[in-house]
Structure formats: structure tokens, C-alpha cells
Design a protein around this ligand. Structure first.
Ligand SMILES: [Fe+2]
Ligand SMILES: [Fe+2]
Length: 179
């Protein structure tokens, strides 16, 4: 099943920041690809990672710290869970934990939660911040090769075409960095 493009449209229609901006869809899609690379090593649940990638920054109100955007994303997910979020109870709890912790939480929790946090942090070079291995949760994310791979893609604004198209996003119409 996975993410329904009609749900993606609902998410985008309420998103208040530039869709191609630093917390917009190009970031979301790279987070998914980072998560796929990590999950291949440690067996995290990709269905959870996909909803995390789509939703974790979708309730941001600014591109600064906005410390409550994770909590708002949890509220949003609860409100739209039925019928849009196709996760079992355990998966939904992982999603809630990952979204509420990604704004500064610790690395405890299930490996699926840890992969979500790492997938997001591995994209930090898009804003000129080198991911610090001390803030990464899984051994594979902390490997220099993984950090270098993800950071090059973040710096270069890599477009995760396959993910964006799966989500039904017409990415060619979106200006990176603009509205
Ligand atoms: Fe965030
Ligand atoms: Fe993010």
C-alpha cells in the first residue's frame, strides 16, 4: 500500500512554507532515500520511515528552530490516521515517537525510530551543517562513507525523483529554494 498520493496532496495543501525550501519536499524525499539505505542494513520498517519522511516537517511554521513542529506533526498524523495512514498500532507508535523526538530527542527506542532520526539528520548539509556522528543513532549512519554519501546529495540538492513521483508530486514544477 504505502503513502497515498491523495494524502500527499492534503499534506501539501496545508504546508505553510515554500514547497521547494529547506524543509520542503526535496528534503522529505531525500530523507526517505536515506532511510531506505539505512533500513537495508538494519531492518527498520520502511512503511514507518515513509510516513515519517512525508510528515515530520510538514507542520513547520517557520524555517528556524520551531521547536514544536514535531509535536504538531504527531497531532496531524492522529487527526488524519483514519483513513490515510496505513500502519498497524506498533508502526503508528514508532511514527509518533520518531516525529516527536526528531526535534532534539535522544537515540533511544526501536531501530525504526532511530533510522527515522538518522535519515533526517543525514540531510543536514543542505543547510551547511555536517552531521555529527555523536548525534546519529545507528552504526551504519555513523560510518564516514554514509555521512559523505548523504552529505554530497544534500549539498547538491539531489532530487529523489522516484520518491517524489511515487507521492504524485510534480517536482519539475517546483523551484528549489522558492515557493
Ligand atoms: Fe524537523
Ligand atoms: Fe527534516
Amino acid at each position: 500500500m504505502g503513502v497515498d498520493p491523495r494524502f500527499v496532496k492534503i499534506v501539501l495543501d496545508q504546508f505553510s512554507l515554500p514547497i521547494g525550501g529547506i524543509h520542503g519536499v526535496f528534503h522529505w524525499a531525500r530523507v526517505m532515500e536515506n532511510g531506505m539505505r539505512l533500513a537495508a542494513e538494519c531492518g527498520a520498517r520502511l512503511d514507518v520511515v515513509e510516513y515519517f519522511a512525508l510528515l515530520h516537517d510538514s507542520r513547520r511554521l517557520d524555517d528556524g528552530l520551531d521547536e514544536y513542529h514535531g509535536a504538531r506533526a504527531v497531532q496531524f498524523a492522529s487527526a488524519f490516521r483514519n483513513p490515510w495512514i496505513d500502519l498497524d498500532e506498533e508502526g503508528f507508535v514508532f511514527l509518533e515517537q520518531a516525529m516527536s523526538r526528531h526535534t532534539g530527542g535522544a537515540c533511544d527506542g526501536n531501530v525504526t525510530v532511530q533510522v527515522c532520526l538518522d535519515a533526517d539528520r543525514l540531510d543536514l548539509e543542505r543547510v551547511g551543517i555536517q552531521p555529527d556522528p555523536r548525534w546519529l543513532c545507528t552504526p551504519h549512519a555513523r560510518e564516514p562513507e554514509t555521512i559523505a554519501w548523504a552529505s554530497a546529495r544534500a549539498r547538491n540538492g539531489h532530487v529523489a525523483v522516484e520518491i517524489l513521483e511515487r507521492w504524485g508530486i510534480d517536482w519539475k514544477q517546483i523551484q528549489p529554494g522558492y515557493g
